[in-house]
Design a protein around this ligand. Structure first.
Ligand SMILES: [Zn+2]
Length: 752
């Protein structure tokens, strides 16, 4: 038996001890530039440093003033701006010019040259100059990010030559303000964070079943009624909020100054319950309807048979296109159930008169009509990949979220595509396996974001030109406040920024994590609630067969690890300095502490001791697709073996659909009534002494079922059956009995 198989859900990683930063590592730009050469020495800013703007246009001037303002705030130096200075480099100056030396850098590219006596920024456009300034900030000490004067310190910038431009034109972050509402001030902060990492597209998801968040002057009830909900997931607390049009204008302008395009999303035909609560006459049933108070997908959608629906959306989009100057309007198009359309006389009538095949084609009709409206206003339609179903007009663009197939199909059909698959871009997924605040599900650690390649390998180079870029999505069901949004955003957005900016051949995760260390200091100076990763080598449950040495390490070079071994509630207070001996049946808690004082969540591993000869259950694993537990006796197993812990992590290779039988014995130490609880997704059953004890069969999400049974002291035969059909998968068995609180069935009472 290999050691790796004995450890359930734990990874033992031994990393070299963290080293202190060597000279030269102070250049840590994210996203990594195309070309960067470190020179000797540093430029030192002082009270006499001057900013020069050559060939000033108003936009270059405003980039220069932003630079001046931020540097003044941090350093207290006057940093006067002198325009139209014609001579060459002047000592102790920061020059901004649109005279670019080398090859074309495009609209977003720049050159940044830091020498001992002067700094020069060259770009064809103010947009490029703005990115040079962001790189310059990243070369300064982290204190430049503080909102207050940083006192006496040395403002040095290492000498470098940088030539840089992005790989993709769409470098996006999304934010759902429908499930939870975030004030305008936070939207600006979100935009600031995006701009600092050279992201250029803000996808603002403004309407949802649970709230309509933008003032529409023609339809005041959209915000009077649609922006408010009675409660959220049964909390009995009214919730609401919306942005006025003047706030929206202010945010769009704020973003424009930071070279970020705002893409508004107005969801249709589904995810529209808030609008229908305000204007029930636009639904198939005519209402009354209420703003949704729970998360999910709802049957009530815009009626595609009523002309009033299109008139309404035409008027809404007229105001939207006035507010948002960018080329795209996102119209959602995802997750639209067809139930109401099937039973609606008007929708069925539309299907007949338009000679449509079915409700899918009715959705396609809907989207195409909306697209015509947008095109007439000089805008392009963008939607989630469901808009491909039933055909799509040619200049519409697609956001691929259900994996990458939608994006591949769309690019092959000649549509522009933004890649945003759940597997790499859903920032509402968990960032770690232990100690994380509640999230919607899924698992998207930093390295998985970083490893993403937006251009699917299946595409030809011609088709690949349709991939505009990629985007991180921030759905906020489980993000009640802006602190939680920041936590889920950072540092994952930094990994994404490099995915969309840096050439694939220049990307290296190890190198990224080294640079990231400096950025933790910057993020701390910004005062944002970023996630500090817990120690490497911890999380989950682990079965051990003998005393085991456990090595922990800080995932951030220079960070330290604190731990506690033993009682469940203990706080990690012991400084980790050498490997810890684990004897079994104990809980380890550990936490990373960064040099700047920020701490990670506390991650835990539960260690369980077992004897390899004595303990363990036999298992057989089957492949197939079932809606309830199959008859195992008729099946041939695809694999079999022994497991020492009840769960799914112990089964090495699992398909999306499979069934499992675990059998052996359970040892009961004292006679009495025992309660067994099976939690599973999907179905499961428990047999003890050949009798069915718990039945949790059927297709369902994680659900617990329990029952009481009287057992004598000694060994009892036990069998657990389980099957899984797509979606999440889980299995757990707990026991509660005389003088025993409910707990996961420990390996030491299982045998074969
Ligand atoms: Zn209808």
């Amino acid at each position: 038996m290999k050691y790796g198989i004995l450890l359930a859900g734990i990874f033992l990683i031994i990393l070299p001890p963290a080293s202190t930063a060597a000279i030269g590592e102070d250049v840590s730009i994210i996203p990594k530039p195309v070309f960067l050469q470190r020179g000797d020495g540093v430029f030192t800013m002082n009270e006499k440093t001057i900013i020069i703007i050559r060939n000033e246009t108003s936009s270059f001037g405003s980039v220069g003033r932003d630079l001046q303002e931020k540097l003044r705030r941090a350093t207290g130096y006057p940093l006067d701006i002198r325009p139209n200075h014609r001579s060459g480099a002047v000592d102790n100056t920061i020059l901004l010019t649109n005279e670019v030396r080398g090859q074309s850098l495009g609209d977003e590219g720049y050159e940044l040259s830091v020498r001992k006596n002067s700094i020069s920024i060259a770009a064809q456009t103010a947009h490029g100059a703005f990115y040079a300034v962001q790189s310059l900030f990243q070369l300064l000490p982290a204190e430049v990010e503080r909102q207050v004067l940083s006192g006496r310190m040395s403002w040095t910038i290492p000498c470098v030559e940088i030539r840089d431009k992005p790989r993709f034109g769409w470098r996006g972050m999304h934010l759902d303000v429908g499930r939870h509402f975030f004030p305008a001030a936070f939207i600006k902060r979100y935009i600031d964070l995006m701009a600092a990492y050279k992201m250029n597209t803000f996808h603002w998801h403004l309407t949802e079943d649970q709230g309509w968040r933008i003032e529409i002057r023609n339809y005041p009830r959209l915000t009077e009624v649609g922006s408010q909900r009675r409660e959220t997931m049964g909390d009995c607390t009214p919730y609401g909020g919306f942005y006025t049009q003047s706030e929206v204008r202010e945010i769009v302008e704020y973003a424009r100054q930071r070279f970020i395009t705002v893409v508004p999303e107005i969801e249709m035909p589904g995810h529209s319950l808030a609008a229908l609560a305000a204007y029930p006459a636009l639904s198939c049933s005519g209402g009354p309807l209420k703003v949704a108070t729970e998360w999910g997908v709802f049957d009530d959608v815009y009626c595609a048979g009523r002309e009033e629906t299109f008139e309404f959306l035409q008027n809404v989009l007229a105001e939207i296109t006035q507010l948002f100057p960018g080329p795209f309007v996102h119209i959602g198009g995802d997750e639209c159930p067809k139930l109401r359309w099937k039973n609606c006389v008007r929708c069925q009538n539309r299907i007949r008169t338009e000679r449509l095949k079915d409700e899918s084609e009715l959705q396609s009709y809907f989207i195409k009509r909306i697209e015509k409206m947008l095109n007439a206003k000089g805008k392009r339609l963008l939607g989630w990949d469901e808009i491909l179903e039933g055909g799509l007009a040619s200049n519409a663009a697609v956001m691929s979220w259900r994996g990458t197939n939608g994006g591949i199909e769309a690019a092959r059909a000649g549509h522009d595509v933004v890649m945003s698959p759940g597997s790499n871009c859903y920032f509402d997924y968990y960032q770690g396996k232990s100690g994380e605040p509640p999230a919607i599900g899924g698992y998207l650690p930093l390295d998985t974001v970083y490893s993403y390649e937006p251009v699917p390998a299946e595409l030809s180079s011609e088709e690949a030109k349709h991939i505009l870029g990629a985007q991180g999505n921030m759905w906020t069901e489980w993000m009640p406040d802006s602190l939680q949004v920041e936590y889920m955003l950072l540092p994952r957005m930094l990994a994404l920024s490099e995915v969309v900016w840096t050439r694939p051949e220049d990307r290296n995760y190890q190198d990224f994590t080294l640079r990231l260390e400096r950025h933790y200091d910057r993020l701390a100076a910004m005062g944002v609630n970023f996630r500090v990763p817990p120690p490497s080598g911890i999380g989950g449950r682990a079965v051990i067969f003998h005393d085991t040495l456990l090595t922990l390490s800080s995932p951030v070079p220079g960070g330290t690890v604190y731990y506690a071994l033993g009682e469940k509630d203990s706080v990690p207070s012991q400084l980790y300095s050498r490997a810890i001996t684990i004897k079994g049946d104990e809980v380890l808690r550990a936490q990373t502490v960064l040099g700047n004082g920020r701490r990670s969540n506390i991650a835990t591993t539960e260690f369980l001791r077992a004897e390899p000869e004595l303990n363990g259950l036999n298992f057989t694993y089957y492949e197939g697709s079932w809606d309830s537990l199959p008859d195992f006796n008729t099946l041939t197993p695809a694999q079999s073996g022994r497991i020492y812990d009840i769960g799914l992590d112990v089964i090495p290779h699992r398909e999306d659909e499979f069934a499992l039988r675990m059998s052996g014995f359970i040892t009961i130490e004292a006679e009495g009534e025992y309660r067994f609880t099976i939690t599973s997704d999907d179905g499961s059953r428990l047999f003890i002494d050949g009798k069915e004890t718990v039945n949790n069969d059927g297709l369902h999400g994680a659900r617990e079922v329990s029952s009481l049974t009287r057992l004598t002291r000694g060994k009892h035969a036990m069998t657990i059956l389980y099957f899984e059909k797509t979606g999440d998968q889980s299995l757990d068995l707990s026991i509660e009995g005389p003088h025993l609180a409910r707990h996961h069935v420990p390996p030491r009472i299982l045998s074969h």
